[in-house]
Design a protein around this ligand. Structure first.
Ligand code: GLN
Length: 205
């Protein structure tokens, strides 16, 4: 199965979904805009974009998406979560009282690099992505403070802070690969999703 025939859902409730859609279409995937539970049917993988995680979670509940998302992802649906998406999937948010989906065994601290003006970029080495460094764009990004035993660290910034990890078929980056021309994180995600085909039950119904 090639990227041409992959059906990728993008959670379009809020945030940087348009940038993800452009990248995925550029790589030949067929994109489904996910706004309602039924949109999770017949997708091979899902992107949860960056944005504002408290607003995201409110909208997830308002559109009755919490249980269907949990069911699909816990059932093996591959996911790329970026920035606020990482907060949404975490098991623990140390900095705020929130109820995330608790699907990735990580502790995160929101907005931990400071205010919007403290946003920054850094060249990253990402495990599984060979070649030149990847430009990491951090916009009021969360810090991944710790990862559970089943979660692999894929990238850190200069001071050792974890900024990318993978648990099974869930790829989480506290930076925004959707905001740089480099396609390699999305390519990695599509390869990961392709590898999951047939090996997992991730159909919602
Ligand atoms: N600060 C946001 C939050 O925690 C995330 C920012 C982003 O996705 N760029 O919700």
């Amino acid at each position: 199965m090639t990227a041409q025939s992959q059906r990728i859902g993008v959670l379009c409730l809020q945030g940087s979904f348009a940038e993800h859609i452009t990248k995925l279409r550029g790589l030949g995937a067929t994109v489904t805009e996910v706004r309602l539970p039924a949109h999770l049917d017949n997708i091979d993988a899902l992107v949860i974009p960056g944005g504002e995680s408290t607003t995201f979670l409110k909208l997830i509940d308002a559109f009755s998406m919490r249980e269907p998302l949990h069911h699909a992802i816990a059932g093996g649906l591959p996911v790329l979560a970026t920035c606020a998406g990482v907060v949404i999937l975490a098991t623990r948010i140390s900095s705020h009282r929130m109820s995330p989906l608790a699907l990735v065994d990580i502790a995160v601290s929101r907005n931990a690099f400071g205010r919007q003006v403290e946003s920054f970029e850094e060249d990253l080495t990402i495990e599984g992505i060979p070649g030149p460094s990847f430009r990491g764009v951090f916009i009021r990004a969360p810090i991944i403070q710790s990862c559970g035993a089943a979660t692999r660290v894929l990238a850190r910034i200069h001071d050792g802070t974890i900024v990318a990890c993978q648990q099974g078929r869930i790829l989480a980056t506290s930076f925004h690969p959707e905001f740089v021309p480099d396609l390699r994180v999305h390519e990695y995600f599509l390869r990961m999703a392709d590898g999951a085909k047939g090996s997992a039950r991730y159909q919602v119904k």
